[in-house]
Design a protein around this ligand. Structure first.
Ligand code: ZN
Length: 566
């Protein structure tokens, strides 16, 4: 699909004078409005705003040229014709602009996207539904949720909350509604099927399947948490916000801020603090709203990146190795990915700015107790510095054979080469030594996350669709909720972490993250009761994003056999 503002088409019609001013104002307005208004404001999509501005500018320009050419002539009639033409042109252009904007406020979805829509009405009432509202409150039985023009208008017990006249009513007895998930480690890429041991791993952008699967799984907002194709991520966001592709509200993270030693050629290796600062500045201008530091970044580079990002009120997270958690907290990082399992500050003899060898990390972790004083001090230090932690239990689970259970929907979604790769690598973890070490690590991570929350830390939830595969967009976010419950959180606590906490970190709590009147109607309708049977969280039927209900099964069917390639 065409992503530009359509410069070429407009320019040839209207002349080069228009070209520069139109293109500059289009992109400037786009980047600025996205940052100010956030992702889910009901606004004219950037792509169409550009088109509108250009149509208007082009029409007025042509009228002016026509008028100017004729003004030299003494023929008054010609002048009148020219002015009349200009007035009509202006009225036509303004009318077009208004008509388009009215249309956008009501229905802005393309026909292709509409094929995935199950519920789309200006007024909808979800009746007799169990609501888990994301605040941590117990489930509320037999509720009615009234949705109007994309927002939750009212919420209360069905006996006293009646559907307004003209509302499309859905009887959801036996169903549960939770807030849309806010996926905080939800990449738009996946490991490419292996070529061989002599070739470094590479990652494939899932431009087609990832947004569909995230939405199908109940994720209505996500942070990409590191991008391998930042322009693709930014363009996908524009397409989705314009109603031209199905998907969640995307918060694009910049390309990885990696130092020298990247294990994959997908990443740029920074050449020093100046490069870190310039990289942040460049991508902030392009429209990304956060950054992610990676395993070999130096303290000087991280510090420069944080300073540049914070100057623009953007946040920085990290999957670190060369820098310990407490060092990163002191430098001002906002979030740490994965948790205890990647913190290297407990590796004996760790050199500054250096990622210790994997064997040393494994050994240190094996003898590390979560209850030990150094770990508990680290937890207190992160909280004192207001540093969040993102839980990514689904990717860790894939190293603990025979977990996770093989799911039919996962096997069907993968492209054959990616499926073969996943199954053969999974079998490689079927040995006693690996099972013992990796299940011990998973338990430690779960305990760490519980202790972090108990001490007052802000825990975020994501899935991280990397490792050796098998963690799929959307399905992984559901698995994350299940694993948080296995870690010892109650179901309502786990949902609070996977919805409200992410919204809080993103600064979006006033309109997403919980089910409440006035907030965006981002709701996941689940068949069953996950509070009684946790696996019901996988039975997602309808996902409302800004009041439009998408058919989860249709979205999943549309990407069958594509994950790992498209
Ligand atoms: Zn990741």
């Amino acid at each position: 699909m065409e992503l530009s503002c359509g410069f070429e088409k407009i320019d040839t019609e209207s002349g080069s004078l228009l070209k520069n001013s139109a293109s500059m104002s289009c992109w400037g307005a786009t980047a600025g409005s996205e940052r100010r208004e956030g992702a889910n404001e009901r606004k004219a999509p950037a792509v169409l705003q550009c088109a509108n501005q250009q149509v208007l500018a082009s029409t007025v320009q042509r009228a002016r040229i026509f008028s100017t050419n004729r003004r030299a002539s003494s023929d008054r009639l010609q002048d009148q014709i020219a002015e009349g033409f200009m007035q009509r042109a202006l009225m036509m252009a303004v009318g077009l602009l208004l008509a388009t904007e009215t249309l956008l406020a009501q229905a802005q979805l393309s026909d292709a996207v509409k094929t995935f829509v199950r519920v789309d009405a200006p007024l909808v009432a979800l009746e007799h539904v169990r609501v888990i509202d994301g605040t941590g409150a117990p489930p509320a039985e037999d509720q009615t949720v009234v949705i109007q023009n994309g927002r939750i208008r009212a919420l209360g017990v069905s006996a006293s909350t009646t559907a307004p006249e003209g509302a499309k009513a859905l009887d959801l007895s036996g169903y549960t509604a939770i807030p849309g998930l806010v996926g905080m480690h939800d990449h738009l890429f996946y490991p490419s099927p292996h070529v061989g041991s002599h070739v470094p791993p590479v990652y494939t952008e899932l431009a087609y399947s990832a947004p569909r699967l995230y939405l199908a799984g109940g994720v209505t907002s996500l942070r990409t948490t590191g991008s391998i194709e930042p322009y693709t991520d930014l363009s996908l966001k524009k397409l989705i916000d314009s109603g031209l592709a199905p998907g969640p509200k995307i918060h694009v993270t910049g390309p990885y801020l990696e130092g020298v030693g990247s294990f994959t050629p997908n990443l740029h290796e920074l050449t020093g603090p100046d490069d870190a600062r310039k990289t942040v500045e460049y991508w902030a201008e392009e429209g990304v709203t956060s950054f992610k530091a990676y395993m070999h970044i130096t303290r000087a580079e991280l510090s420069a990146a944080i300073e540049a990002a914070h100057r623009r009120r953007l946040k920085v997270t990290g999957h670190l190795c060369s820098i310990g958690f407490r060092e990163a907290a002191a430098l001002g990082i906002d979030d740490l990915e994965h948790g205890l399992l990647v913190d290297t500050e407990f590796v004996p003899g760790k050199a500054p700015d250096t990622c210790p060898p994997q064997a040393d990390r494994n050994q240190a972790l094996a003898s590390l107790g979560v209850e030990s004083q150094p770990v508990q001090e680290m937890i207190r230090d992160l909280i004192a510095h207001h540093v969040a932690v993102t839980s990514t239990l689904p990717v860790f689970e894939t190293w603990v054979y025979p977990r996770p259970p093989l799911e039919e929907r996962v096997l069907q979604a993968l492209v054959p080469a990616a499926l073969d790769d996943y199954l053969s690598q999974r079998a490689g973890f079927n040995n006693e030594k690996a099972i013992a070490a990796n299940s011990s690590d998973l338990k430690k991570e779960m305990r760490f996350e519980r202790d972090f929350v108990k001490a007052g830390g802000l825990l975020l939830a994501g899935e991280d669709p990397t490792g050796y595969g098998g963690v799929l967009p959307g399905f992984g976010d559901q698995r994350e909720v299940e694993l948080l419950v296995e870690a010892g959180f109650t179901l309502v606590e786990a949902i609070h972490i996977a919805t409200s906490n992410g919204a809080q970190f993103l600064g979006e709590s006033d309109h997403i993250g919980t089910v409440a009147a006035g907030k965006a109607a981002d709701l996941v309708v689940i068949h069953g009761n996950p509070a009684a049977n946790i696996e019901d969280i996988e039975k997602v039927e309808i996902v409302f994003k800004d009041g439009v209900g998408y058919d989860s099964a249709k979205l999943i069917d549309s990407v069958r056999g594509h994950v790992g390639l498209h």
